[in-house]
Structure formats: C-alpha cells, structure tokens
Design a protein around this ligand. Structure first.
Ligand code: ADP
Ligand code: MG
Length: 231
C-alpha cells in the first residue's frame, strides 16, 4: 500500500504527496490520523460528509497549495449539507483567485476532530546526521518561539521520552490551570512510530504532522505533509 502510493506519485512526476496519501501512509505505519476522503465535486463532498457524519472539515486538495488555510482553503466545523456546499464554493473561489494555475484534485472531506493541545512532529534530513525528528507544540506562539527538540533517527524509547520533556512548553502537556494533562505516553509512541516509518521508508525526504491534537487519551494527526526524495 505504501509502495503503491509512492509509485503513483513517481508516475505522475510528483514529490509532494496529497494530504490524503500522506494520511494513508501514516495509517499504514500505525500512526493515528483523522479519517480523510477525496471528493471531486460538490455533490460528492456532501455525500461524503453525510457518510462520515457531521461536523466535518473541508480542505482544498491540490499539491500546488501547500499552506491551505493561508489561501482560504480550509473550512472547519461544517454542520449541514448546505454548509458543506457553501464551503465548497468558497474554497474554490479563494483558491482559483490565489492560485490561478493550481491543479486542483477537489476537496478533502474529513471528520472534525475535537480540539486538543496542538503538537507537531516533523522530520527533515540533515547532510551529516541523516533523518532528524523534531517535536514541538503547535500554534502561532511556537512558530515564533521555536520551542522544539530534535533527535536523530532511529530513536529509542528514551529519546522519545526526553525530547517531549525537554521543550519549554512541556508543562502545558501536564495540565495547567485546571486543564487536563495529555496522554504523554501516547505521544512518545507516536514519535517512535514516526521514527520506525522513516527508517523503513527512505524515499521520504520531509514529513510534517502539523498539527496533531493531543488528548487525555490518545492523539490524532489532523494535517500531514510528506515530500519524497527526487529520484
Ligand atoms: P494548513 O495547510 O494551513 O496547515 P491544516 O490542515 O493544518 O492546514 O488546517 C488548519 C488548521 O485547521 C489546523 O491547524 C487545525 O487547527 C484545524 N484543523 C485542520 N483539520 C482539522 C480537523 N480534521 N479537525 C479539527 N480541526 C482541524
Ligand atoms: Mg497544517
């Protein structure tokens, strides 16, 4: 399955996987991601939303649109068929205005995950060290503060434990001002699974799970970006 997805991208001369392909790779690797399906028309988007159950999230599906929400390509909390239809039109309007030449596959329709604490797991390849995993808290504050930690792949359990605990924002994961602590052990396992996946899949050049929603029980990736090595 993973091989087929990579092969398909290669065949199309792409190094960028779609969000749907990226989430499928995660699923195959045992990493929890929100259920996400492609719809190629407004009617199909509505039908898919009904199948998944409201509320849903809809996003532009185009490998030419990397930062989907910046371009008006993400609509959250759609509760009815009418809302899905309207969001479909709005997404297409914004994207065609911002990226007139983008090749658009359609939209992805996905379950609206309940809000959790946003964390990110990333992987990039260092010229000297090879694949390196990054862990951090998600959201704007962290983009500014760059509160992240790094470990070289492959990670062992202890690396995963340490890299999560060494970010400055770790207390946020332990619960603060009455908010519940998140399941840190589950995040450790997720980090380890990403490490295993990267070890087994050298074709992956970059990976970005941003954000992952962390809960008191479990965690789920709601956005995923995978870039393959050019070959
Ligand atoms: P971008 O390409 O802009 O990074 P994302 O897919 O990350 O787009 O979506 C933007 C934001 O919308 C996310 O940071 C997250 O807060 C929220 N979001 C995305 N997908 C979901 C989902 N399935 N359920 C709930 N919230 C979501
Ligand atoms: Mg994102």
């Amino acid at each position: 399955m993973t091989d087929m997805i990579i092969e398909q991208a290669r065949k199309e001369g792409r190094t960028m996987l779609t969000e749907i392909e990226a989430k499928q790779l995660l699923k195959n690797a045992g990493i929890n991601a929100v259920e996400t399906r492609l719809a190629t028309s407004k009617e199909q988007a509505i039908a898919t939303a009904k199948e998944l159950g409201f509320p849903v999230v809809m996003k532009i599906a185009s490998v030419d649109v990397v930062h989907k929400s910046d371009a008006g390509g993400v609509k959250l909390g759609l509760k009815t068929s009418a809302a899905v239809g309207k969001a479909y039109d709005e997404i297409m309007k914004s994207i065609t205005a911002a990226f007139p030449d983008a090749k658009i596959d359609g939209v992805s329709v996905q379950k609206m995950a309940k809000q959790g604490i946003e964390v990110i797991i990333g992987m990039s390849k260092d010229a000297q060290f090879g694949p390196v995993l990054m862990f951090g808290l998600g959201g704007v504050l962290v983009e500014i503060l760059k509160d992240v930690s790094f470990r070289i792949v492959p990670l062992v359990k202890r690396d995963a434990r340490e890299m999560i605990r060494e970010i400055k924002g770790f207390p946020l994961l332990q619960g603060y001002r009455g908010s519940e602590p998140v399941d840190v052990e589950n995040l450790e396992n997720m980090v380890l699974k990403v490490s295993e996946f990267i070890e087994k899949t050298p074709e992956v050049k970059e990976l970005d799970l941003n954000p992952i929603f962390a809960y008191k029980d479990g965690a789920v990736a709601v956005d995923a970006r995978v870039i393959l090595e050019a070959k």
